[in-house]
Design a protein around this ligand. Structure first.
Ligand code: GDP
Ligand code: GDP
Length: 439
């Protein structure tokens, strides 16, 4: 499980600036997906080999009873409850404010590990910028400049170390050979996740829950269908240790992100009896960002007229057009219809995500694509693609080598992607094309 870091503090202390710095490398990846609404408050970062999740919270007014400040306070509570480590950001230029003290009281009650971070400290001396903040009783402050990057690497490394020591020991590594494809079932509340889990797993679920090792935040529930093994990653209904806050919302972005990143294949559940919502699009965006294989399950297909069914399909095509690579299955979790087809799509997506594509086959497919349609000239030079090799799996990355490849246009890249997809039957997985010029 990835460590979860929450950024808390007054407005304008530099939380978003720090958030952007911590998640920077991911941003570039998502920026070029058209039509994708992103939730700017959750991000993934990476420190060397160590991935983590970071939650930015809005300005925090713990005592607000209603309105936007109240909403933000609720979000902050949820973020703190779900975090392993809280970074409490204060402003080194403005100094200590009464508001900072209120936040300190709130954080102390939360029982979470808190790191006090003095931001905007570029060009200032440690002793002078930190002196007044000792009054908060939060220990030695970390001094950073989010804008310039000073101190940020050390801070994040320490936060990850803290998170790791706080977590209960993880169980032995999961062996996919024994338990089949790992499936994360995600979707907004009431789409029918629990119903589908019950339909899939039946009473085997009970046995799984009695097994030792339920200290983890997600439980892996093995089941068998049509002679094949699968494992569901079940984060529903599992409480985090040390229940500091009773009322965590039923839908948890953190749990959704964690289960997506543990899965081989994600099943995104949509509710055919409701319109596609912003929340559906957000969840879809998260899945896309991780590059996981995906199947879309449109649930509650029972009891709809054929007109209504056409409407649902149109709605999905329009609002989730960026999921075009995924198979869509229409199911009823309640009646149990469409389930074998759904699992078949899971198998297909897994096979595609982990496909091994040899250099000769890829290069042949590349040559075919070029023969059908050459890339356009850029100025006086024409991009020259020579060969392709596989640069990674899950999702598959196809690296194309050649010269002057910066002249390859986006539409042509999409054309190549489609050609590779069709040639190698890569259904249900994102596919990344990378261009590498020789000089
Ligand atoms: P948030 O409201 O806490 O998310 O704060 P922002 O990240 O939006 O930053 C508020 C303001 O502080 C912006 O004008 C930032 O450019 C500025 N800021 C953020 N970090 C630093 C820093 O390290 N040094 C200085 N001098 N300004 C900063
Ligand atoms: P979750 O919050 O995603 O776990 O959703 P639940 O499994 O608790 O289901 C929410 C509601 O939708 C319940 O009342 C279910 O009975 C109902 N439901 C789930 N699947 C179906 C379905 O396939 N058809 C219909 N008509 N209702 C369903």
């Amino acid at each position: 499980m990835k460590p979860v870091i929450a950024l808390v503090g007054r407005p304008n202390v530099g939380k978003s600036t720090l958030f952007n710095r911590m998640t920077r490398s991911r941003d570039a990846l998502v920026a070029d997906l058209p039509g994708l609404t992103r939730d700017r408050h959750y991000g993934e970062g990476r420190m060397g080999e160590r991935p983590f999740l970071v939650i930015d919270t809005g300005g925090f007014e713990p005592v607000a009873k209603e309105g936007i400040m109240h909403e933000m306070a609720l979000q902050t509570r949820q973020a703190v409850a779900e975090a392993d480590v809280v970074m409490f950001i204060v402003d080194g230029r403005q100094g200590l404010t009464p508001h900072d003290k209120t936040i300190t009281d709130f954080l102390r009650k939360s029982g979470r590990k808190v790191m006090l971070v003095v931001n905007k400290s570029e060009g200032m001396k440690y002793t002078s910028v930190t002196a007044e903040f000792y009054e908060l009783g939060m220990g030695d402050p970390y001094v950073i400049s989010a804008a310039h990057g000073d101190g940020v690497l050390d801070l994040v490394n320490e936060a990850i170390d803290e998170a790791v020591t706080l977590r209960p020991a993880e169980e032995a590594e999961f062996d996919p050979a024994d338990h089949g494809v790992k499936i994360a079932l995600v979707g907004r509340p009431n789409v029918g996740k629990s119903t589908l889990i019950n339909t899939l797993v039946g009473e085997q679920r009970v046995i799984a829950f009695d097994m030792p090792g339920t200290t983890r935040d997600s439980i892996e529930v093995p089941f068998e269908k049509n002679g094949k093994n699968y494992t569901l990653i079940d984060t529903a209904g599992i409480r985090r240790r040390g229940k500091v806050f009773e009322a965590i919302e039923k839908f948890s972005v953190v749990k959704t992100l964690q289960s997506i990143s543990e899965a081989n294949v994600v099943v995104l559940m949509l509710d055919a009896q409701l319109d596609i919502s912003e929340q559906d699009a957000h969840i879809a965006g998260f899945i896309l960002e991780t590059g996981r294989a995906l199947v879309v399950a449109v649930n509650k297909w029972d009891g709809l007229t054929s007109d209504q069914r056409d409407q649902v399909k149109n709605d999905i095509d329009r609002k989730l057009d960026f999921l075009g690579f995924a198979e869509m299955k229409f199911i009823s979790a309640l009646k149990g219809t469409g389930i074998p087809q759904l699992l078949k799509s899971v198998d297909t997506a897994y096979a595609a995500a982990t496909a091994k594509l040899s250099t000769p086959r890829l290069t042949r497919a590349l040559q075919e694509a070029i023969e059908k349609q050459e890339p356009k000239r850029k100025g006086s030079t024409r991009p020259k693609m020579r060969y392709a090799h596989q640069g990674g799996q899950n999702p598959p990355i196809i690296v194309i080598h050649g010269n002057a490849l910066d002249g390859i246009t986006e539409p042509y890249k999409r054309y190549l992607e489609k050609h590779f997809r069709d040639t190698f039957d890569l259904i249900g997985t994102p596919l990344r094309i990378e261009l590498r010029s020789g000089k």
